[in-house]
Design a protein around this ligand. Structure first.
Ligand SMILES: [Cu+2]
Length: 130
């Protein structure tokens, strides 16, 4: 009996993760990449390297004062454009800045570097946990 409950739960779990991946793909958004760092949605960090972002998929929570800490750890100048945040930032190597997270509904937001065409990613804004 316990085994049946376990197997049933696993099927539900697998089904749900396949469904949520499919939902992201059908939205035409960049695929969900494996997390490269432990993310804290209340203190999100995004690192620019040559020439990619880490992580490529960033989860953040809608909270007053929440901001993304953006750091350029590459050897090149990099930028961060988040069209739906109306945000454009350019950093020299070694520089960092904070990008405020606008109070918006949950959703997926694409970002990219204006200098390097393959350098792009997705931000997932999560509803605030109360
Ligand atoms: Cu770049």
């Amino acid at each position: 009996m316990r085994l049946h409950v376990f197997v049933f739960s696993m099927i539900l779990l697998l089904g749900f993760s396949a469904w949520s991946d499919a939902a992201i793909r059908s939205a035409g958004i960049v695929h969900k990449f494996p997390k490269l760092v432990d993310q804290n949605p209340n203190a999100p960090e995004l690192v620019e390297r040559d020439n990619y972002y880490s992580p490529k998929y960033l989860e953040i929570e809608v909270r007053p004062g929440n901001a993304i800490l953006l750091t350029n750890l590459g050897g090149n100048i990099h930028g961060l454009v988040i069209p739906r945040f109306k945000s454009q930032t350019i950093l020299k190597p070694g520089e960092e800045t904070r990008i405020p997270v606008p109070a918006k509904a949950a959703g997926l937001y694409e970002f990219y570097c204006p200098f390097h065409s393959g350098m792009r990613g997705t931000i997932e804004v999560l509803p605030a946990q109360s």
